[in-house]
Design a protein around this ligand. Structure first.
Ligand SMILES: *Cc1c(COP(=O)(O)O)cnc(C)c1O
Length: 491
């Protein structure tokens, strides 16, 4: 930091409020050539905007520069690897973007009549078919807006089917390795959650499952491969146990990047599942933007799917709202349409064999990292890894350094942190998912960074404990930020 002078362009970009000076404008309009009216009179007082106190006033160039500079602070998949486990942060091929910007699709409006939306509807139909084929399921809805929303939709479907059969039942069994959205979803649909403790290998304990399931059990919610990156090899037996008691099996499909083209949940007994199109099928995510949690079901759940359903009558697509058993709508219109286009573009650009190769590469990359790091970090489970690998900080904790510290130090090496402290069944979890889109050079750089950090912990742990050192702000008080967030700028 060069004394007190502010660098012209630096990571200390001021706030818009600080650049503001009265009277500056971001636009120039010609003089008014129609009679001026009072907006409150013309639109009604409720619709006229009040003056906003301290509203920043800047020129067009100033605002462009401000946001362009801010954009360079963000780590992004277009800058480097994003090893966040469970998130499948793969590169988004630009062809997806190009297709999504096709003019007729870009300007299509959801209220436009079906007669002039046939192409857009065909895209949805093709995507539904492709996802049904990939998952081995019978029908797909594209309506849910994200994975968690897909879970909600899926569990509502289970409830609707069980109610239709006579009784909604009371509880859902969820392994202790599950993503937090699973128990949250079950609770939102009105079920109590029964915790299924994982066995020593981090997988489902069949004997324990058989002991827990009873006449009040609605479903098992299972993630496969699970969140420690291990394939549930007893999944067929687990589904048989559930079905023999009249219960269903929901699969959290967030880890489908390990299965596409290799194994189909429909073939191993799953009744209903969601896909995170924004993970497995490459559409951009992170930062809370639009996603898609498409839900795939077997035949017995199809009548309950959200309305509308796409229907082909002769050569025309229609939306069918006449579905008496449907759980209703779960979202406005037909889902996050731009995401759906990108997902289909991704699937078609790869083709079936290409998707399979992508999956194999994802598995190879995760296992390459596992091999590269296994002498430097502890591994809680010995089963083969699928698309992600999970270490624990046990060895480093002996020196007082924990998973969160290592993740912060990784920022100094130019990488986005991995997933910290999840899954919860691993003490001090270090969860890494490279995805297939990283090449060997980037993987080697990442492995070397993690090894260097392990060595630093042996020789100078304080360097890691005080990290990050290269960022705009040093380590922040995360607990304070969560407990007492300051969200409003005060002059
Ligand atoms: C990401 C994820 C979810 C939730 O998906 P969103 O699209 O973020 O709502 C659920 N389960 C697992 C295992 C995940 O990785």
């Amino acid at each position: 930091m060069p004394g007190k002078t502010r660098q012209h362009i630096s990571q200390n970009e001021p706030l818009l409020f600080e650049i503001s000076s009265p009277g500056k404008r971001g636009y120039q309009l010609p003089d008014l050539d129609v009679p001026q009216v009072d907006p409150a009179e013309a639109l009604g007082a409720a619709n006229a905007r009040q003056e906003i106190e301290h509203f920043p006033e800047v020129s067009e160039l100033e605002i462009i520069r401000h946001f362009t500079r801010l954009s360079t602070w963000n780590y992004a998949i277009d800058l480097g690897m994003f090893p966040l486990g469970s998130c499948t942060m793969k590169y988004n091929p630009r062809v997806n973007e190009q297709v999504a910007r096709t003019e007729g699709l870009l300007w299509a409006h959801p209220y436009q009549p079906a007669s002039v939306s046939q192409g857009a509807m065909e895209i949805m139909s093709q995507l539904e078919s492709a996802l049904a084929e990939i998952t081995g399921m019978d029908a797909v809805t594209l309506e849910p807006a994200a994975g968690a929303h897909g879970e909600l939709t899926g569990v509502l479907l289970i409830r609707a089917l069980l109610e239709h059969r006579g009784k909604a039942r009371k509880k859902i069994i969820i392994p202790d390795s599950a993503h937090g959205t699973n128990p949250a979803t079950a609770a939102m649909v009105g079920y109590s959650v029964t915790n299924l403790k994982s066995n020593a290998e981090g997988t489902i304990d069949l004997a324990e499952l058989a002991r827990l399931v009873d006449d009040e059990t609605a479903a098992l919610m299972v993630t496969n491969p699970n969140t420690v990156g291990i394939f549930e090899k007893d999944i067929v037996k687990a589904t048989e146990i559930m079905h023999s008691k009249g219960a269903l099996v929901y699969m959290d499909g967030a880890n489908m990047n390990a299965l596409v083209g290799l194994a189909r949940p429909g073939d191993f007994g799953i009744d209903v599942m969601h896909l995170n199109l924004h993970k497995t099928f490459s559409t951009p995510h992170g930062g809370g933007g639009p996603g898609s949690g498409a839900v795939a079901v077997k035949k017995h759940l199809e009548p309950f799917l959200p309305v509308p359903r796409l229907k082909r009558v002769k050569d025309m697509f229609e939306f069918d709202y006449d579905r008496p058993l449907s759980i209703g709508k779960v979202r406005a219109f037909y889902g996050n349409y731009g995401v759906l286009i990108r997902a289909l573009a991704y699937i078609m650009a790869h083709g079936g064999p290409g998707l399979r190769v992508a999956t194999l590469d994802a598995l190879l990359n995760a296992n390459y990292i596992r091999k590269g790091l296994e002498n430097h970090y502890d591994m809680p489970f010995t089963s083969p890894s699928m698309h992600e690998c999970v270490f624990s900080h046990d060895r480093q904790e002996a020196k007082g350094v924990r998973t969160g510290d290592i993740a912060k130090r990784l920022i100094d090496y130019g990488f986005h942190p991995y997933t910290v402290s999840f899954p919860m069944i691993v003490h001090g979890a270090i969860m890494i998912e490279p995805t297939e889109t990283e090449g060997k050079q980037e993987l080697d750089l990442f492995i070397q960074a993690m090894i260097d950090i392990a060595n630093e912990i042996d020789t100078s742990p304080k360097l890691v404990l005080d990290a990050p050192h290269c960022t705009r702000t040093p380590r922040v008080d995360e607990v304070g930020a969560a407990r007492k967030p300051v969200l409003r700028w005060k002059p």
